[in-house]
Design a protein around this ligand. Structure first.
Ligand code: ATP
Ligand code: MG
Length: 549
């Protein structure tokens, strides 16, 4: 990736040192999602970190599906994750499934048994927990701990052959029941689960636990630096124990960093899945979702997401990042990319009574004044136009400079118009506004005769294209409250749908095209619901914010 400024971070320093010392020949990282949901912006941080660092060191990155838990995993998620990683701008070197290593993992478990470092446990899950002790009390050794190697081998084979029910037995590593680190008190490394696996089908009914599987996966692939989030810090001794005792060739190093949290953002696949399953959103790619597919459909660009991930930086300490920072980077990215155009979200008809009936003239406008290379376009103008309802007030407060009876404003790219009359229906609702225009004031002719304070946008009523606009608010109302079920905190007004108009040349707009609508901000052409007859625009972000980097 060429466009990021690669700031320094502590992981990069570790890698540099390790290469200089000759501990590793090259940097090999992996991004290891569990295919139990779609990727979210938190995962993007891990993607950018793993692929970005390997790129900088001219190393390699694998995409590895950590699919050791058959219950929650699905093929749909595998495909979606691949698409999202590609869209973020990364190509993996190897594409792997942890489940492809089940044979090797089984052999390593057998090896541990043979070395007297693992045993089959008869205790139930609850009993194991009871025996484990606490932070201040050492654990108690289970009677199973003293089983002979032969008996363990036989029992483990029976576990594999399906001779026991789920939960009846587990395989534990034999480490130290008195260790101050509870993770080292004979952790479970294999469990029984008679479940069909999305990748290995019914071949296995025993599955390795994450803490045993992950270091082996890394070692099998020759990963040098295994980057994970800080909740795994306490598991690092176990990670190293597995690598040392399983006689694997590679010697991967686990490094932890703080996970990304964003204000007003649910950041867990499990919770996001609840939003999808309860039909609170329109699928994983709903533009309100913090998923990569949701952000893409909303109109975020991979460049903006990558820059955001770099700028957030890497640290060990947990913090919550203001989501306005993400918005800031998409605004910055689109500023010079998105053509500008006019759209009316809540239309009010204006008749320009002194403009000749049946006449249309074409006005010229720059597509992006900050980038003249983006060229110009023509906008039709005639006797009837639409303006925003909020740009007219019959009885305006002080300092309202837009249209009101007797006031004159500038129509962007066109003429000055003056409000002469307000037309209402029998119930007193405004139907249309009558104005006059001054031909002398045409935009671009250098008219300096008089000044007006307000400039408003508009579209030509006879030629404008109808369009739907979707505006969003955060899905959750306040900061997450650990005590409360987050589903109780859902904002019922997170989506507002408006029907209005866009300039006629928007007819050529393609799904995922992005525009800056004058005053309204940036919008994306919705890829799912837009078709020839129906244009749908998703609001990406407003033009301005108070956010300062
Ligand atoms: P979730 O709870 O949302 O499912 P997870 O950590 O269980 O998250 P995995 O599929 O196991 O999800 O994650 C793949 C990689 O992405 C892991 O290395 C994980 O540490 C990283 N990751 C997940 N969430 C975040 C986050 N919020 N910030 C940074 N990295 C993350
Ligand atoms: Mg997970």
């Amino acid at each position: 990736m060429g466009n990021e400024n690669h700031s320094s971070n502590f992981i990069k320093s570790i890698m540099t040192e390790d290469l200089e010392r000759g501990q590793y020949d090259e940097v090999i990282t992996r991004f290891p999602p569990e295919p139990n949901g779609y990727l979210h912006i938190g995962h993007a941080k891990s993607v950018v970190l793993n692929f970005g660092l390997a790129d900088e060191f001219k190393g390699k990155t694998n995409l590895r599906f950590d699919d050791t838990n058959p219950l929650k995993e699905d093929r749909e998620f595998v495909d979606a994750i691949k698409e999202d990683v590609k869209w973020l701008g990364y190509d993996w070197d190897g594409l792997f499934f942890a489940s492809d290593y089940f044979d090797e993992m089984y052999e390593r478990a057998v090896l541990l048994i043979k070395k007297g470092l693992a045993y089959v446990e008869d205790l139930s899950v609850d009993e194991i927990r009871e025996y484990r002790g606490t932070l201040i009390e050492p654990g108690k050794e289970s009677p199973s701990r003293s089983r002979s190697v032969e008996e363990n081998l036989t029992l483990f084979e029976k576990m594999k052959n399906g001779e026991f029910k789920d939960g009846e037995k587990v395989l534990r590593a034999k480490i130290d029941m008195a260790s101050p680190n509870i993770n080292m008190r004979d952790p479970v490394i294999y469990r029984i689960s008679h479940t069909t696996h999305h990748h290995t089908g019914n071949k296995w009914c025993i599955y390795p636990m994450y803490a045993f599987a992950h270091p082996l996966e890394d070692a099998i692939e020759g990963v040098s630096h295994s980057i994970c989030t800080t909740e795994f810090e306490d598991q690092r001794p176990l990670y190293n124990w597995v690598v040392e005792n399983c006689e694997v060739e590679a010697n991967p190093k686990q490094i932890e960093f703080a996970r990304l949290n964003l204000t007003q953002t649910v950041m867990s696949k499990r919770k996001l899945k609840q939003l999808v399953d309860n039909d609170i959103v329109d699928g994983w790619d709903d533009p309100r979702m913090p998923t990569i597919s949701g952000l893409r459909r909303r109109g975020y660009t991979p460049e903006a997401i990558r820059t955001f991930c770099y700028e957030v930086g890497v640290s060990k300490g947990n913090s919550v990042v203001d989501k306005q920072m993400l918005e800031h980077f998409v605004r910055e990215d689109l500023k010079l990319k998105a053509p500008r155009t006019m759209a009316i979200l809540k239309p009010l008809k204006v008749v320009i009574t002194n403009y000749p009936e049946g006449q249309t003239e074409m006005l010229e406008a720059e597509n992006n004044p900050e980038k003249p290379e983006m060229g110009k376009r023509e906008i039709p103008f005639s006797r009837e136009i639409y303006i925003e309802q909020e740009d007219f007030m019959e009885n305006p407060p002080k300092k309202y400079f837009r249209l009101f009876p007797g006031n004159e404003v500038r129509l962007k790219h066109a003429y000055f118009i003056k409000c002469e009359d307000v037309i209402k229906d029998e119930e007193g609702h405004i139907i249309e506004i009558h104005c006059t225009y001054d031909p002398e004031t045409k935009s671009g002719t250098g008219f300096t005769g008089r000044k007006v304070k307000g400039t408003i946008h508009w579209v030509d009523a006879s030629q404008a294209k109808p369009a739907e606009f979707r505006l969003y608010e955060p899905l959750i109302q306040e900061e997450e409250d650990e005590e409360k079920d987050f589903l109780e905190n859902i904002n019922p007004q997170s989506l507002e749908v408006l029907k209005g108009y866009v300039e006629p040349n928007m007819e050529k707009a393609q799904p995922q095209d992005k525009y800056q609508f004058f005053r309204h901000g940036y919008f994306n052409v919705d890829p799912k619901d837009t078709n020839r007859e129906h244009l749908v625009f998703n609001h990406i972000v407003s033009l301005k914010s108070s956010f300062k980097l």
